[in-house]
Write a protein that binds this ligand. Structure first.
Ligand code: PLP
Length: 376
């Protein structure tokens, strides 16, 4: 059977029983399970605020929109970001009429703090750090740089659910953490995400801006009481809210997150057992000692990446590429050539299948094919 790069596994019975509660109660929209999951997520991460959304894309859009308006940034002010990410990250910066300035990645595939410092100008307002594949890279140095230069820090944690740094879930240092529960992320739902602002006041603004700018959500207006139907509209907001059905799946999946990440790390370890003997032909992403990664993806770096993809495809194995550097896209071509290491990664990385559906035998089989290819 064909092996894909990602394959979510659901606790079907637990999901159905959570969803059943929504259906029986007649509440599938915002509120109810979304509120319950926000509380569970705050407890799990230790972050002070959490608002459940329809995606991490929505979270990132809100993050830059709110930080810009509340901190008084001007159109064209700069956010330092990585070109090696899903386009949601950088689109969010542009959508807020801010300018994405690209800094290069290092051997962890995350932003290189040394290059970030070089890209700071008088117009820099924030850094957007992507915890690539669940790796925290040199995040602590980025935190320090942001403090020293009085820059806001947005953490794109789309890959990071369950990652520990020095034994704890990182994010308290950032102004805003954006999580994804998209269908193939480590805590899969269908589509949803979470925004975790450090500031309570920003969390309150996010709740309005995610709901058309209305200052009272339907859950708060539910039931009897005076003037429940009366609300004001304070912003030209979006419809970014999450719903109870997606939250029901998230609630059912959350208890499995740590054990499933452990299995992902086991998959990576099985790959390494086989592949690490071929360091002359294959390079690996560095994961710092103090990072217990969520292992959202497992990547190797090889000379003939496209041929290897083809070769594996011929054997019914379908790896992925994370990512084509965003400066290759016409939207971001202004940054072309500014991040040579990201360009190199873009041409040479391959994400081998990494998920809970793989057995040790599957992993060894894929690794053996990779070894056969690189030694051809
Ligand atoms: C998946 C992803 C997003 C967007 O998440 P959605 O929930 O699908 O909107 C943002 N950033 C990165 C790095 C991602 O991988």
């Amino acid at each position: 059977m064909a092996i894909q790069v990602f394959k979510p596994v659901f606790d079907v019975e637990a999901c159905l029983s959570q969803i059943r509660e929504c259906l029986e109660r007649g509440w599938t929209g915002m509120g109810f399970k979304t509120v319950e999951f926000e509380e569970l997520w705050k407890k799990y991460t230790g972050l002070p605020n959490a608002y459940y959304l329809n995606s991490a894309t929505a979270a990132l859009n809100l993050a830059f929109n709110i930080l810009k308006s509340e901190k008084g940034w001007a159109d064209g002010d700069e956010v330092i970001s990585t070109p090696l990410t899903f386009v949601s990250t950088n689109h969010a910066i542009l959508k807020a009429n801010l300018h994405a300035v690209f800094a290069d990645v290092d051997d962890t595939m995350c932003l290189d703090p040394d290059d970030v410092v070089k890209k700071i100008t008088p117009k820099t307002r924030a850094v957007c750090f992507v915890a690539f594949g669940g790796n925290t890279g040199r995040y602590e140095e980025i935190v320090k740089i942001c403090k020293e230069h009085n820059l806001a820090l947005v953490l794109d944690a789309a890959h990071m659910a369950g990652t520990r740094l020095n034994g704890v879930i990182p994010g308290k240092e950032a102004d805003c953490v954006c999580w994804s529960y998209q269908a193939v992320k480590n805590l899969p739902t269908g589509d949803s995400g979470m925004i975790c602002f450090k500031e309570k006041a920003y969390d309150e603004i996010a709740r309005k801006r995610a709901w058309l700018g209305i200052n009272k959500d339907t859950y708060a207006r539910f039931g009897a009481g005076s003037y429940k139907w009366k609300y004001d509209v304070e912003y030209v907001g979006n419809k970014y809210n999450g719903n109870a059905v997606m939250a029901a799946i998230a609630i059912a999946q959350l208890p499995h997150l740590d054990e499933s990440n452990k299995y992902r790390r086991q998959v990576a370890a099985w790959y390494m057992e086989k592949l690490s003997a071929h360091k002359d032909k294959i390079s690996f992403v560095r994961i710092p000692e103090n990072c217990e990664t969520s292992q959202h993806i497992f990547q190797i770096i090889v000379e003939n990446r496209d041929e290897l993809l083809q070769f594996l495809n011929e054997h019914e194995i379908f790896p992925g590429v994370h990512y084509i550097t965003n400066t290759e896209y016409c939207m971001y071509s202004y940054g072309k050539g500014t991040c040579p290491k990201a360009d190199y990664a873009s041409d040479h990385v391959i994400s081998l299948p990494c998920h809970l559906g793989l057995t040790k035998k599957d992993v060894y089989h894929i690794a053996d094919l990779v070894i056969e290819f690189v030694n051809k």
